[in-house]
Design a protein around this ligand. Structure first.
Ligand code: HEM
Length: 182
């Protein structure tokens, strides 16, 4: 299911993510991409040390997981965030649902990246103003990816409960009436 065009436009309008931000990311790509494998190693060390996340890594080959992660992060800096990019995030979300990765693990991983990737940009991009614009663009993009990955968990929930997207939104935003007695 993924994201509707309207929701995507709303995200971009409010967050301020657009083609100029994608372009800034592609401009810093050369300085950032060489450091992604080292950052990925650090990330997987943390996941492997945590007793709750470690068993999920054993479902797959560590080398494969690291490579898919490196490719995914590299793509954030490619400057081409088209429809295919968006549907790829949804498919990645579906893979995590299939492997029964709890969404809190994805949220925690995104949180790690929101700190670790900007640190690389600030360290490796010498132009201060370019670096801070790249950090702002990256944080918006990570939020978009996080939303898209999470939407797969919503889709699985809707399928399992047999509810429509509109009903899910209503159920999530309805406020229970206070009990006023008989
Ligand atoms: C920022 C968070 C994460 C991102 C961006 C991410 C990215 C990816 C990508 C790109 C794939 C390949 C998907 C496909 O080809 O369909 C994948 C697969 C997978 N990920 Fe993640 N991942 C994240 C967090 C996690 C966490 C926290 C775990 C486990 C604790 C995990 C475990 C897996 C597993 C088991 C697979 C399947 C690998 C296979 O096909 O054998 N991921 N992930």
């Amino acid at each position: 299911m993924g994201i509707s065009d309207t929701d995507f436009a709303t995200f971009c309008n409010i967050s301020g993510f657009g083609s100029a931000e994608a372009e800034i990311l592609s401009r810093v790509a050369k300085q950032v991409i060489p450091h992604i494998p080292e950052l990925t190693d650090r990330f997987y060390e943390i996941l492997a040390r945590d007793e709750l996340t470690a068993p999920y890594l054993r479902q797959s080959s560590l080398a494969l997981l690291k490579n898919t992660h490196i490719d995914w992060m590299t793509e954030l800096f490619c400057g081409n965030l088209d429809e295919e990019f968006i549907s790829r995030q949804t498919r990645i979300g579906e893979t995590h649902v299939r492997f029964r990765i709890p969404p809190i693990f994805v949220a925690a991983s995104m949180s790690f990246l929101r700190a670790a990737l900007p640190a690389v940009i600030l360290q490796k991009v010498p132009d201060r103003s370019e670096a801070s614009r790249a950090v702002a663009a990256l944080l918006r993009l990570l939020d978009l990816c996080h939303y898209l990955l999470d939407s797969s968990y919503n889709d699985a929930l809707m399928d399992n409960l047999g509810v429509s997207p509109a009903l899910l939104v209503r159920l999530r935003t309805v406020v229970a009436r206070p009990y006023l007695g008989a």
